[in-house]
Design a protein around this ligand. Sequence first.
Ligand SMILES: [Zn+2]
Length: 242
Amino acid sequence: MSGVPVGITALGLMPFSVGAKENEEQKKRLKIVVVGAHPDDPETGCGGTMLLYAREGHEVVSTYLTRGEAGIHGESYEEAALTRSNESVEACKILNARAEFLGQIDGSCEITKNRYVEMYDFLKEESPDIVFTHWPIDSHRDHRICSILVYDAWLNLNKRFELYYFEVETGGQTQNFSPSNFIDISPIIEKKHAACFCHVSQKMEVVFRDYHGPMEKFRRMQANYDYAEAFIKHDQSFSKII
Ligand SMILES: [Zn+2]
């Protein structure tokens, strides 16, 4: 994966940089922005990769399109938003990431002219080197909307950052996902799980048992790592870093 710092190795591609000349490049502090629809999407989809970037000294921003308003049975939208925002903030402490919330409503995400502008303005202001977001073929409407908003911003920002797609609950949610890149997250797997398990309201033990656990096992077989996260890189996403 181009743009990947030393310590993160992608299958089939060179690590971020090798050799004396590139040592200067290694010192560049990258900004990584992850955009997910709900609290827990960035953590479960690429929490391991976020941890690896943060460990290398890069800035990591975990962005949530919504606050998970519809995600706790028996709680009002306001109550659930507070609970789930706090869970994300706790997870971000473990991930060494900054949490950002974009103000859409769980289950009612919109694609409108104003929402396109909102995402464009957010990503323009953040000025990331690399962005991770949902793969657009997904059974959850909010995930699809999130992906399209980020994609549109990427186009209108002249593809200035590298764009990668992550998977969540593949089979049930993400579909038709054939990874181009795998990241070895074995060194930080326990920390990733700890961040995911901050989402107590989402019964994360069950979600991991039924979805993310099997997904991790499948990807680790493909990648021949103990634990792997898988991504699809947009094929017009060219590195401006190396
Ligand atoms: Zn979600």
